[in-house]
Structure formats: structure tokens, C-alpha cells
Design a protein around this ligand. Structure first.
Ligand code: SAM
Length: 272
């Protein structure tokens, strides 16, 4: 029998866990969050797998509504009891909580602008991930974004796929990877490798592009430290600038580097 794509997982979450990701999206994706022409006026932010309490959904709703007060928000949970409890305690006219899986329980006149799926694709076969990405992208308007990845329990270290819906293809474009640390665990590139999204975690072997990326970042970080950039935030920022010299697609915007974000958008897309 074919294995279900949606699989039950534990619901652990924490307040503030995805706050850094909210800040990134508000800063770098404000046009996406605020667009209101045509179908975009109805386009929702969808949080897939919000967990045993919808804290992160509500925090993101509040952050994104500072830019777009009319934003519709839909929290989705595979676990029916979590969906029912969240709807009972936290729903309002623009905030909905529904039972559902990767196919997303949205009506045909409810498009999505942003779909987030953090910390739920930890189990299951990595080969099924593209199918999950496709399913979660289906309701996105062209230009819409799917963010899928992992973080530690309090969000101090996070890595996520940035996947963009295009008008041409059903599969979203693998636009880039977003790495983040708040430096509370110090910093070394290998700290981030441990939180790679599920489909990339086993792809850091010699010969793989992810391996070459981490080798280059590690070398840049060691060189930065040798030059005296030893404090973790300084070593991080300097390593990113050095990495960008050898690795195409590494963003060096000051806003990102000062806050512990490295975005890598390789010219050919994130390695599959
Ligand atoms: C570890 S919690 C993550 C909560 C929150 N997203 C976070 O990052 O803190 C994962 C939740 O995702 C739900 N889940 C797992 N697979 C799912 C799927 N295919 N569709 C919707 N929810 C799913 C689980 O029921 C669980 O409550």
C-alpha cells in the first residue's frame, strides 16, 4: 500500500520560535504580504502544521498585519483536536483554523500568497518531499512563496527552503535557502547543517553541491576568525561576505547579515 504523504507527528511548538522568520518575511517579502490587486486582495497566509497551540500562527498574523491589516490567515493542522481547539479559542473574522494536510483545506476562491510549513517534514521518506512541496504550492498565486524547513525548539537556529510558484510549472521553483542563527548557540557553519530541511539533510556528502557549499562556508569562516573576527556575529557576517566571493547567489545585504541571516540563491536553483 502506498504510504500516506501526510503523517502524524508530535505537536511541540513554542512562542517566538518563528519570530526571526516573520522578521525576514516582513523585511524581504513586504510586496508579497501587501499586494491587493485582483485575487491578491483575498490571498491568505497559510500556516501548515501549527502544532498543539497556534502560537506561531498568531504571532505571524500579528507581524504580517502590521503591513497588511486585512490579511486573511489560515492555520492548518492534521490533528483534528488541535484544529478544533484552535478554532474555538482563537478564530475571528480573518483568522481561521482548519483540519487538513498538504493538500490544504482552502476553497477555490481562497488563493494563498504565502504558505509556511515549519518543523513538520521531519519524518517520512525524503523522496516524497517534492510531492509535498507541489501539493502545498497548488493554491499559491504565481509569485507566491512556500517556506518549508526546520528549526531547533526555540528558533535559535533555523534553515528553510524558499520555493516560488511560477505561472509555468506546477512544481515550485527552488529559489533559495535561508539560514538563520540568533548566536545564542555561538556560530559555526556546521551548526546550520544540522537543521537543513529534510530533503537536503543527507545530501552533504563529498561530490554533492551542498557539501561544496558547506566546505566553502567553513573555509570562509576559518579565514574570518584567523583575521580576528572571532565574536560569533562578526565571524558570521565576515564569513558570509567571504563566501559570496567564491559562491554565486550568497546575499550580502547589511540587514540580513546584521541579524544572522544568510540567503543562498544558487543561479541554477537550490540543489535537489
Ligand atoms: C512539531 S509541530 C510544529 C509546530 C509549528 N509549525 C512550529 O514550527 O513550532 C508539527 C505539527 O504539524 C502537524 N502536521 C504534521 N504533518 C502535517 C500535515 N501533513 N499537514 C498538516 N499538519 C501536519 C502535526 O500534527 C504537528 O501538530
Amino acid at each position: 500500500m502506498a504510504q500516506e504523504l501526510d503523517t502524524r507527528t508530535r505537536g511541540r511548538t513554542a512562542r517566538g520560535r518563528l519570530r526571526a522568520l516573520d522578521a525576514y518575511l516582513c523585511q524581504l517579502e513586504a510586496p508579497l504580504l501587501t499586494r491587493d490587486d485582483g485575487p491578491w486582495a483575498r490571498a491568505a497566509f497559510v500556516d501548515v502544521g501549527f502544532g498543539e497551540h497556534p502560537w506561531t500562527t498568531l504571532e505571524s498574523a500579528s507581524a504580517f498585519r502590521a503591513l497588511n491589516p486585512e490579511l486573511s490567515v489560515v492555520g492548518v493542522e492534521l490533528d483534528p483536536e488541535r484544529a478544533t481547539a484552535a478554532a474555538r479559542d482563537h478564530a475571528d473574522a480573518r483568522t481561521h483554523f482548519r483540519e487538513g494536510g498538504f493538500a490544504l483545506p482552502l476553497t477555490p476562491d481562497e488563493p494563498a500568497r504565502l504558505v509556511r510549513a515549519m518543523n513538520l517534514l521531519r519524518q517520512g521518506a525524503p523522496e516524497r518531499i517534492p510531492e509535498a512541496h507541489r501539493a502545498m504550492s497548488r493554491h499559491l498565486l504565481p509569485g507566491g512563496l512556500l517556506v518549508e524547513g526546520s528549526s531547533d525548539t526555540d528558533g535559535a537556529v533555523l534553515v528553510a527552503h524558499l520555493l516560488r510558484r511560477t505561472p509555468e510549472t506546477e512544481a515550485p521553483t527552488r529559489e533559495g535557502l535561508l539560514f538563520h542563527t540568533d548566536f545564542s548557540r555561538g556560530f559555526a557553519p556546521l551548526l546550520l547543517r544540522d537543521w537543513l530541511p529534510r530533503d537536503l539533510r543527507r545530501r552533504v556528502r563529498p561530490g554533492d553541491p551542498m557539501h561544496a557549499f558547506f566546505q566553502a562556508w567553513e573555509a570562509a569562516w576559518k579565514a574570518a576568525r584567523t583575521e580576528g573576527h572571532t565574536a560569533p556575529p562578526d565571524a558570521f557576517a565576515e564569513s558570509a561576505v567571504r563566501l559570496a566571493r567564491t559562491t554565486p547567489g550568497v546575499a550580502t545585504d547589511a540587514w540580513l547579515l546584521a541579524r544572522g541571516f544568510l540567503r543562498w540563491s544558487p543561479p541554477g536553483g537550490t540543489p535537489a
